[in-house]
Ligand binder design. Structure first.
Ligand code: SF4
Length: 332
C-alpha cells in the first residue's frame, strides 16, 4: 500500500516536502472535554486559566520565524471560546501582514457572517473532526459534535474557501472505518487533511494505552493518498516518533507537522527528519536545523505593525533565537 501511495504522490506532486507549523493562540480550551486531549486534564486546566491568552507578540514571533525558516503555517489554532471574534480577526490580519499571504485557521465553527468577514484574510478552514466514526466521536468528544463542523465546511466551500479536517489515528477506530473517512472527504470535497497519531496523555482514559504503530498510522495515510491522489496530506509526528517521518512521506504525506520545531530546532531529532526526507527523495523546503544569516530586527522594522508591538516581537524573537542557537551548538 505504501509503495502504491508513494507512486501516486510522485505522479501528482513535486519531489519535495515541507514542515507545517501550527500556531497556537492560547493553551486553554473552553470545551476541554475531549477524552484524549491534554486540555481536558485537571492539571492542564489549573495551569492554564480560562482567561489566559497568549500575547500578540508571542503569536506573531512564530509567524516571523515561519516566514524566514520557510515553514508553511498549517493553521492558527487553539483558543476555542477564548478570543472574541474581533480579536481573532486582528490576530489573523497581523499574521497576514507578516507572511504577506492568507492563512488557514482551525478555530472552531464560525457562522456564515463570520466566514464572510474572514474571507479576505483566510485561505482555508480546517475542522478538527478527530474521528469520522460518529458513535466513537460522540463518546470521545461529547461537547464537539460533528454536525456543526460538517455544516461549516460545506458553507465555507460555497464561499470559496479551501477546506480541511484533522483526524487522530489510534482513538479506537477499526481499519474498516476507512470507508467512513473516505465518505467524509468526498462529501465535503476537502482540499487537505491532517493526520495525527494518538499521543496517550497522562490523566486521560488513554494514559495506559500505546499510540498506533508507525505501520498502522502510515497505512491510513497511504490509503488516503491512494484514494485521493491530489489531496494535500499533512502528517503529525512528535519528539518521540520523529524517526517515522520518512515512512509518513513515503506513504504519501506532503508535509510533516506537530514536531516541536522551535523547541527542537537544530537538534538531532530535527536533523533526522531532514535526512529522512532527503533519503526518500523528498528534500524539505526550508530548514529545521540552520538559522539563516539575516538581520532579524530590520525584518521586523519593515513590518506594517505598531512600533510598540514590533519592539515586543524583537524581544521575544531574541529569546527564541538564543534557545535555537544553543541547540545547534550542543549538537556540534
Ligand atoms: S475541542 Fe480540541 S482543544 Fe478542546 S478539548 Fe477538544 S480536542 Fe482539546
Amino acid at each position: 500500500m505504501i509503495e502504491q501511495a508513494n507512486k501516486k504522490y510522485f505522479e501528482n506532486f513535486p519531489r519535495e516536502s515541507y514542515y507545517g507549523r501550527c500556531i497556537f493562540l492560547s493553551w486553554y480550551c473552553e470545551r476541554g472535554t475531549c477524552k484524549f486531549c491534554f486540555r481536558s486534564t485537571t492539571k492542564h486546566k489549573i495551569k492554564h486559566a480560562s482567561s489566559a491568552k497568549r500575547s500578540m507578540a508571542s503569536i506573531l514571533v512564530e509567524a516571523v520565524l515561519a516566514k524566514h525558516l520557510e515553514w508553511n503555517i498549517e493553521f492558527l489554532t487553539g483558543g476555542y471560546g477564548i478570543y472574541p471574534f474581533n480579536e481573532l480577526l486582528e490576530i489573523i490580519q497581523n499574521v497576514n501582514k507578516i507572511l504577506d499571504k492568507k492563512v488557514w485557521i482551525n478555530l472552531g465553527s464560525f457562522t456564515t457572517e463570520e466566514l464572510k468577514q474572514l474571507k479576505p484574510y483566510v485561505e482555508g478552514i480546517c475542522a478538527s473532526i478527530e474521528t469520522t466514526d460518529e458513535k466513537l466521536h460522540n463518546e470521545l468528544c461529547p461537547d464537539k459534535p460533528i454536525k456543526p463542523y460538517s455544516n461549516m465546511l460545506k458553507k465555507a466551500k460555497e464561499l470559496g474557501f479551501k477546506t480541511s479536517m484533522t483526524i487522530v489515528i489510534g482513538l479506537g477506530e477499526k481499519e474498516q472505518d476507512f470507508k467512513l473517512l473516505k465518505q467524509f472527504i468526498q462529501e465535503h470535497n476537502l482540499d487537505r487533511i491532517t493526520f495525527y497519531a494518538l499521543k496517550p496523555v497522562k490523566g486521560t482514559i488513554f494514559e495506559n494505552k500505546q499510540g498506533p504503530t508507525t505501520e498502522y498510522y502510515a497505512d491510513w495515510i497511504a490509503k488516503t493518498r491512494t484514494a485521493f491522489p491530489k489531496i494535500e496530506i499533512i502528517a503529525g509526528t512528535t519528539a518521540r516518533r520523529y524517526n517515522e517521518a520518512g515512512t509518513l512521506l513515503r506513504a504519501g504525506a506532503n508535509a510533516i507537522t506537530k514536531f516541536p520545531a522551535t523547541k527542537l530546532f537544530g537538534t538531532e531529532q530535527a536533523k533526522v527528519i531532514e535526512q529522512e526526507a532527503e533519503k526518500k527523495g523528498r528534500p524539505m523546503k526550508g530548514t529545521l536545523t540552520k538559522l539563516p544569516k539575516i538581520d532579524w530586527n530590520s525584518q521586523i522594522d519593515n513590518l506594517e505593525l505598531k512600533p510598540a508591538l514590533k519592539e515586543q516581537i524583537k524581544t521575544k524573537l531574541r529569546q527564541y533565537l538564543e534557545a535555537m542557537e544553543k541547540n545547534i551548538n550542543n549538537r556540534r
